[in-house]
Structure formats: C-alpha cells, structure tokens
Design a protein around this ligand. Structure first.
Ligand SMILES: [Zn+2]
Length: 411
C-alpha cells in the first residue's frame, strides 16, 4: 500500500466533490460553462462518464505493455443524469391545436422545456393516451386515441423511454396498442409496460448510458374496467406484487440501476395513499433504485425509502400532467424530475449513489383550449397564472416536504 497514493486519491475526490457541488442541478445557463475553479487536468464535471478519479500520475501506463500492479486500486466513477415526466395525455383540443395543413405537429408545444429533457442522459415519459393514429379515428376522453405525430414530438424533445402501462392503454383496443408500439419502435424509443407478445414481455428493457446500465419496468393499477384481452395477459403489466418482485430481481441481475414506473394513486389527490406507499416499498425492498409515479394528474411529493438491506430508493409519487387539457392550476402543473446516478467501481465492487434530486415544475400554457405549450412554471405569464409567487412557494413546499434537499431552482 502506498499511503501517498491514497492521500492523492482522497484529495482528488475532494476536488471532484466540490466541483460537482458547484455544478449543482446543472441548470441550462451554467451547465456548459466550466466551474470557475476548474484546472486543466480536471475531468469535465458534465455527465460524460467514465470519469477516472485517480490522479494522472497514479494512472497505470497502458502504453507500457506492463501488467497493472496488484496494488492498483484505481477507482472509476461513472455518472449519468436521468429525467422523468408525468402524463402525455392528448385530449382532442391538444391534437386540434397541433393540426397542420398535412398532419399534426406537437413539437412546438414541447419546445420551452426541451432543454431539460435533452440535458439528461436518459429521459422517461408516461404516454398515457395511445397513439393509434388517424386510421383508427382520433378520440378524446373517456377513450383516447391520438395521432402518431405525438410520438415524433416525444422523440424530438429528447425522450428515450415511454411507459405504456396506464388506465388508458386499452381504451381503443389491441390495434391502438400495437400501432403505438410500432411507431415508437420505428422512432427508436424503448417502450415498457405494454407488449406485443409473451417474448416481448419477457425481455426486460435495458439502456446503457455513460457506463451505467438502466433496467426499466412499469405497471398500472388497472385499465378503467376494460378487461385485458383473453389469453393476452402479456399485453399489459398490472400492479401485482409477486410479479413485480420477480421482475425487479431479474432486472437487478441485468443492470446497475432499476427504474420502476407506477401508474397508481387517487386522481387529483395531493398526497400518496397507503396503496402507493405499500407498492413503492415492495418495489424498493425487492431492489428498485428509482420509482416514478403518475396518474393523479397533480404533483405528489418525493421521498427516500430506506430499505432493510441498507439501500436508499428514490421515489416521487406523482409527476402530474406533462401535457393534457385539464382545468385548474394543479392539473396544469407538472414536473421534470432530474436525478444524477453515480456508479463507483473500485477493487471489483460497485457502489451506486443517487444524487442531486432536482425538480423543474412545469406549466401547461393554453388560451381557450388552444395555444398549448409546456413551459417552466416560473416563466408562466401572470395572465395564465395569477398569484404565481404564492403558488410557486406552495409547490416548492409541497414537493420538498419529505425531501428538504430536493432542489427546485427558481431561476
Ligand atoms: Zn391515468
């Protein structure tokens, strides 16, 4: 053992920690600028892993052809940023607003928040209403069907994964689900929660970013009373604790990070109910690292679940509506949840840490059920949201109530 080596390592880690702290919730206006204290030899603080946390002169010389020393305790740190949003729920006034001369274009609606999705390495959205296309006939509540161009906008905004396990998945039958899956597949997005076959259902989705592998699972509490087609239980993941435990254990064996989406809870309730708590706890204990909730159409708080085996699982119980046509301030408020995942590999062991939880509250702008756009809540005009300042404080306090360190940037 070389004590200098460890001292150097410790100092170097300390410098890195300071740099990460300075970078904070990497807001778009600062994320591209190097921290003021950066030195030429410092690895970038942006999430482009792997970062080597060894000092340059302790790095083994790979050009020498000599084997690495058995005392080599090189530590590798990998970082990736995850972003998640709530419901993409396309009511008729939203698709009518997106109508163009030859189709639909939803991309401008996502534009004001696109940068928060793009800056993440992996981004998830809840595709609440299926996009079965015009060929099936577009439709509104209670049985939704939207145009394919919704998916084009979701992709353009920077999302990588769509959750398809919702109470509206089966609204327009099997064909709408198949069309939705096919369109997202063509776009190169991963889909979870609804599947084409038992084989499709059996293949847990994983995505590798910056040296960190994510496994993605999702489940819904129900389907608005529409039965899952006979003999096709693979089509939709329903919340079923034994099945979830089994999936999570399998996902753990495939990935560094297990992300589980749950479509659950009471609509329009500000706080999670006992069932949400029970389901989240079960997933966390089984091995889930990150739990993303949606369905209530309003925001519900985030918290850490301390598991029996000493891990810390991040959960946000509801991210509200991302885009939808619903009245009421709370229904027009959603959130982009951002989280940094840090994986450290040293001496053959891997350590995972979830850091810098950050929420960008969003607002669904609309005027008389037209001119839809998703914007940061803090930029909502007074005509859209009177008493914005008091409302902002309410949202901040609500979301931080169980997680005081949750960052909610005001600028
Ligand atoms: Zn729902």
């Amino acid at each position: 053992m070389n004590p200098h080596f460890h001292l150097k390592n410790t100092l170097y880690m300390a410098i890195l920690i300071v740099l990460f702290a300075v970078a904070g919730c990497s807001r778009p206006d600062t994320s591209t600028k190097p921290p003021a204290t950066a030195e030429p030899t410092t690895p970038p603080s942006s999430s482009t892993g792997p970062l080597s946390a060894t000092s340059p002169d302790s790095q083994p010389n790979d050009d020498s052809g000599l084997p690495r020393s058995p005392d080599d305790h090189t530590e590798k740190v990998y970082r990736a940023k995850l972003a998640a949003v709530g419901d993409v729920l396309i009511h008729s006034s939203v698709y009518k607003d997106a109508r163009t001369a030859d189709g639909y274009d939803f991309r401008p609606m996502f534009e004001p928040v696109k940068r928060y999705i793009e800056e993440a390495d992996i981004a998830l959205a809840n595709q609440e209403s299926m996009i079965g296309g015009e060929e099936l006939g577009l439709s509104d509540y209670p049985r939704f069907n939207g145009p394919y161009e919704v998916g084009d906008a979701v992709k353009d905004c920077g999302f990588d994964v769509v959750n398809l396990a919702n109470n509206h998945t089966l609204d327009r039958g099997i064909q709408a689900v198949v069309n939705t899956i096919q369109h997202y597949s063509q776009l190169g997005l991963l889909y979870t929660g609804a599947y084409l076959s038992p084989q499709d259902r059996g293949q847990i989705r994983t995505l590798e970013k910056n040296g960190i592998t994510f496994a993605l699972l999702s489940y819904t509490y129900g389907t608005n009373g529409i039965p899952v087609p006979e003999g096709k239980t693979y089509m939709l993941n329903l919340i079923d604790l034994p099945a979830i435990r089994k999936d999570v254990v399998q996902a753990r064996s495939l990935a560094d990070v297990v992300v589980v989406s749950f479509h659950f809870g009471q609509e329009y309730a500000d706080m999670p109910n006992d069932e949400q708590k029970t389901v989240a706890r079960a997933a966390a204990e089984a091995g889930a690292d990150i739990i993303i909730g949606h369905h209530p159409h309003v925001l519900q708080p985030a918290e850490w679940i301390q598991t029996a085996d000493g891990r810390r699982t991040f959960v946000v119980y509801s991210l509200g509506n991302f885009i939808a046509a619903q009245e009421g301030n709370r229904e027009r408020t959603g959130g982009i949840m951002q989280l940094t995942i840090e994986k450290t590999v040293k001496d053959g062991t891997t350590h995972l840490e979830l850091k810098e939880p950050c929420l960008i509250p969003t607002w669904i702008h609309m005027v008389n059920w037209r001119q839809y756009k998703i914007e940061p809540l803090r930029t909502a005009e007074d005509s859209q949201l009177p008493h914005k300042s008091a409302y902002w404080d309410e949202i901040v306090n609500h979301m931080k109530q169980w997680m005081p360190e949750l960052l909610i940037p005001a600028d």
